[in-house]
Design a protein around this ligand. Structure first.
Ligand SMILES: Nc1ncnc2c1ncn2[C@@H]1O[C@H](COP(=O)(O)OP(=O)(O)OP(=O)(O)O)[C@@H](O)[C@H]1O
Length: 292
């Protein structure tokens, strides 16, 4: 990239050597020892979790992540389950305390999928009010935006019904409409684009483009390299809490896909080997049976 182009870019988020460690409390030493033999816990331990005899488990979910995001960038965060994507984005939004490092932010971040803030037993109308207030809008601003939010979410009169009566798609559309009601400096979208029909996806992409044009920065989390490739200008691949690759979305998505293909082939190979071993063992036992 040319030096003057680099100088013109305006940083919106600086993530500086960020670590996030979860402390899970509530198991006694014996239970901890028992969990060491549990395959799920073995997986966690491989990812950096530490078991302590005092009934505490430390999960080092994000390990020294550093990068600078710029205005106008749409950054995809890629990674397998448990690689730390959501944790990192929650830390960027200030919703997750970091155990080390810092996040510097120009302006305000809005985490799309204000799921935590929305309440199922309240109507869509009340949730629009609460969700927008939580994002820092004034009651007057919310009232002014109300119709637009309902129109965008396509839920019609259901806005006056409790959210518990909504389909998954209706709830997801309302969340998207609320979280993009104002143009945030930094918009964080966690897996939300997977929901909704093709037309709504198209509409949400247009809205994202509008935010991008308003010189904001957008982060998109997805398991799908294809989504990241089609929507993002840049991608960061997280692997076990660390950055494995950071670069143009096309290049990162391509590498990630190749890596996943290798992993899947390796899993298939191991499954075949396990099956062959089991069949061989069964055949051996059968051959040892008296009278066979
Ligand atoms: N609230 C929590 N308490 C304890 N551990 C957590 C918590 N949230 C996440 N973790 C652990 O932190 C690690 C990273 O999780 P995170 O949800 O950030 O990953 P992810 O890449 O977003 O996963 P997914 O794609 O499955 O949503 C995982 O090992 C997970 O078990």
């Amino acid at each position: 990239m040319a030096e003057n182009e680099r100088q013109q870019r305006v940083p919106s988020v600086i993530v500086d050597d960020v670590h996030v460690t979860y402390l899970v409390i509530g198991s006694k030493g014996g239970a901890v020892r028992a969990r060491k033999n549990d395959s799920r816990w073995k997986r966690l331990l491989r990812k950096g979790a530490k078991l302590s005899g005092a009934g505490k488990t430390e999960i080092h979910a994000v390990k020294g992540v550093s990068f600078t995001a710029y205005d106008g960038e749409v950054i995809g965060i890629l990674g397998t389950n448990g690689s730390g994507k959501s944790t990192l984005l929650r830390a960027i939004c200030g919703l997750q305390p970091v155990s080390q490092g810092r996040v510097y932010m120009k302006g305000k971040a809005s985490l799309m999928g204000v799921g935590a803030a929305l309440m199922k037993n309240l109507t869509g109308e009340r949730n629009i009010m609460m969700g927008c207030l939580a994002m820092g809008m004034s009651p007057r601003e919310v009232r002014a935006k109300f119709k637009e939010i309902v129109r965008f979410s396509e839920i019609g009169d259901a806005v006056y019904l409790p959210m518990s009566t909504y389909s998954h798609g209706m709830a997801a559309r309302l969340r998207f409409a609320i979280s993009t009601a104002m143009t945030p400096d930094v918009l964080v979208i966690d897996e939300a684009l997977a929901t909704g029909d093709a037309a709504f996806k198209q509409k949400s992409r247009r809205r994202i483009a509008e935010i991008q044009e308003a010189a904001g920065t957008i982060f998109v989390v997805s398991h799908s390299a294809r989504t990241i490739q089609s929507m993002c200008t840049r991608a960061i691949w997280l692997d076990q809490g660390e950055i494995r690759m950071d670069g143009p979305a096309d290049a990162v998505a391509k590498e990630y896909r190749a890596h996943m293909t290798t992993i899947r082939a390796e899993r298939r190979r191991r499954r075949r080997e396990r099956r062959a071993r089991r069949l061989a063992e069964e055949a051996r036992l059968e051959a040892e049976q008296p009278g066979t």
